[in-house]
Design a protein around this ligand. Structure first.
Ligand code: HEC
Ligand code: HEC
Length: 292
């Protein structure tokens, strides 16, 4: 057991979130700060918001049986979906309904939540009127209390990242990973768990997001990683390192894309035909997406 490492890393996490919160918003989009979670009101509405917060933080417990991996929503949407530049829920909430190229239709907020269940959580899709979706909506609505509508909020999604100075490579990414990431996420990417609870989330393998997920795009992963990792010391990786390590992570095995049609080649053509997806490419003699 690597208890001492876990304890050290937890100390890093505890001390690290405040500095990440201090990021200055860009000038043009409107700045917004979500209300403190301690200000969740009492009563029925407050109870619904609290349930949503619990589902968001402890998805493996509260959405057990729905999700198919070991990731909590908050593993990718940091500070329980409140942190700017980590795809925060308050900035998302006011941006829907909106058209999404991914499913080629206008999505309301609930449909967007369903998307993260299907791909990022490798799970079943809860119905729009299910307790799970409704509570997550209540939680996001609360986080967006007082947010201006019809305007882009600073901190939505991830900050844009410049292209890498040199083409990103698997080998360079592996070196970055060993030096900066494997302490927490493990050399095999499977994460670390205490009494069945996720402490450090899986980056690949059966406990991680599937091939259809947003984080499976090297671009999204590089942007997320550059803005948010290594946890506690975010901002220390160069642009090049972020692209390299994102390429490495997104070149590993993970659960099948639930939209799979006929063959890996056909599925790539339909859903992954872009330079940021490694699905269907051969790495280390293995066709990514072809299940062993
Ligand atoms: C493996 C990482 C991961 C996990 C786990 C995850 N998400 Fe996401 N989520 C993403 C990525 C990547 C995006 C796209 C961000 C972007 O486009 O800038 C996203 C986008 C979203 C959006 C839209 C944000 C916007 O601004 O439009 C919502 C809402 C959302 N996720 C909710 C959830 C919920 C609820 C859960 C848990 C049930 C969850 N996510 C779990 C990675 C994840
Ligand atoms: C000190 C421990 C630590 C280190 C070092 C670290 N991470 Fe993380 N990482 C975390 C934690 C904790 C989370 C989940 C955040 C949360 O739940 O608040 C996370 C989340 C992530 C996620 C999103 C969740 C998922 O499973 O996909 C990615 C991607 C990621 N880290 C990549 C990296 C990369 C790449 C590095 C190295 C450059 C790195 N991390 C270094 C602790 C760490």
């Amino acid at each position: 057991m690597r208890t001492s490492m876990i304890v050290t890393a937890i100390a890093v996490i505890a001390g690290g979130s405040a500095s990440a919160l201090a990021a200055t918003p860009a000038a043009k989009p409107l700045a917004f700060n979500p209300p403190a979670l301690t200000s969740i009101p009492k009563g029925k509405f407050g109870a619904e918001v609290k349930l949503g917060e619990n589902i968001f933080r402890h998805t493996t417990v509260y959405a057990h049986g729905i999700i198919g991996d070991a990731l909590n929503c908050s593993n990718c949407h940091l500070n329980a979906g409140a942190l700017a530049d980590s795809a925060p829920m308050w900035a998302a909430y006011t941006a829907y309904p909106t058209y999404r190229a991914k499913n080629k239709k206008v999505n309301n907020f609930g449909m967007r939540l369903q998307g993260c269940f299907r791909f990022s959580e490798n799970g079943k899709v809860p119905k729009l009127d299910s307790q799970t979706i409704v509570a997550l909506e209540a939680y996001s609505y609360f986080l967006a209390t007082g947010a201006p509508t019809g305007a882009k909020l600073a901190g939505r999604g991830y900050p844009k990242l410049a292209a890498p100075p040199k083409p990103a490579t698997y080998a360079a990414g592996e070196a970055v990973y060993k030096q900066n990431c494997s302490l927490c996420h493990e050399a095999d990417g499977s994460g670390q768990y205490v009494r069945g609870q996720t402490v450090f989330p899986a980056l690949w393998g059966s406990k991680s997001f599937n091939w259809g997920a947003g984080m499976g795009s090297i671009k999204n992963a590089a942007e997320f990683i550059h803005a948010n990792m290594p946890y506690g010391v975010a901002g220390t990786l160069s642009v090049q390192q972020a692209w390299d390590v994102a390429t490495y992570i997104d070149s590993q095995n993970r659960p099948q894309d639930p939209r799979f049609v006929k063959s890996v080649a056909e599925t790539r053509k339909k859903f992954h035909d872009n330079k940021f997806s490694m699905y269907g490419k051969t790495v280390n003699g293995h066709v990514l997406g072809a299940q062993k």
